[in-house]
Design a protein around this ligand. Sequence first.
Ligand code: NAD
Ligand code: TYD
Length: 356
Amino acid sequence: MTILVTGGAGFIGSNFVLDWLDHSDEAVINLDKLTYAGNLANLVSIERSQQYVFVHGDIGDSALIGRLLAEHQPRAILNFAAESHVDRSIHGPGDFIETNIVGTFHLLEAVRAYWSRLSPDGQRSLRFLHVSTDEVYGSLSKDEPAFTENHRYEPNSPYSASKAASDHLVRAYHHTYGLPVLTTNCSNNYGPYHFPEKLIPLMIVNALAGKPLPVYGDGQQIRDWLYVKDHCSAIRRVLEAGALGETYNIGGWNEKPNLDIVHMVCAILDELKPRADGRAYRAQITYVADRPGHDRRYAIDARKIERELGWKPAETFETGIRKTVQWYLDNPDWTADIQSGAYREWVEKNYTGRTA
Ligand code: NAD
Ligand code: TYD
């Protein structure tokens, strides 16, 4: 048996591929375009595994996907591939529309053609699992209840709007054609291999480099954080037992304001790798201009996946964040490799002139 993973060289995808091979004898085909966010260094430990095949390509290339499906006959397709960074979607939404919407459409078409040619048994057992985000639901005020699966879609950024559109396409392919789909909407992830453009890895990397820790606006925006390995276990569980056409919210019951997150990262670094001058890392915090249209609060109600599929996160934020900081301390070469010219250009574009 084989599964096809798209975007498996990115943050969550590569954690998922590594996790999958730890838990299963089934082979993985990893199709990834290797954008700035795709990094094969994440997967060096398995590159010679008989169970693993990497294919460089685009989810929008339906001819390529068609050939891969015919050749490997996967029993499941898991779609992680996406443009995923809100700030980049504000500077340039085009790639988000292209990959997240048009790319998902082409992928769905290729999978539908493959599925329609399978035997009745093959058709029954195939799964298309679409990995999505809580950001499709929009922003909550302080006292509103957390997002359930029935919350209406109110995406506010080009990123979340493009993910919302892809979720709708996946839903429509089930409703219209009967394609056996599952959708997951997860909260903010953190953990190893997280690209240092996102809050937590950026704070760790900048702190260690003695650079400013840029907090947008008042730093009181709330996110619901989940350790990436818990996201991976939830996806495995949904693939195994999820009901066709259903969506499952995945979260860590772990809402925290950004400033608290930054303070926690600083406190762990103070303990594990104190600054040479003896001062606290939080002295590096700098308030900068807010993100346009910044969503104030996300919170996931993860009762459905717990009730129906028996899934719960294994890590608390305290255990997960400590593992994460330790991973960055143990893997400075991974970060150094990423901080190429292209990364420096992004930092300049996003942060220069962003005065509070
Ligand atoms: P990421 O940006 O780290 O990785 C995305 C991967 O997709 C990269 O390897 C990239 O090369 C690849 N890719 C991009 N365009 C492609 C294309 N057209 N064809 C093939 N591959 C392509 O993203 P991530 O944080 O790992 O997120 C993975 C998925 O999970 C995304 O769909 C995202 O929307 C969703 N998600 C992320 C979070 C989070 O906190 N990071 C939370 C919930 C859901
Ligand atoms: P991010 O990691 O980009 O994830 P998302 O926007 O998908 O939730 O950002 C998490 C939060 O941290 C978000 O409220 C924006 C904020 N943030 C900062 O305050 N400073 C930064 O430099 C970055 C990248 C994010």
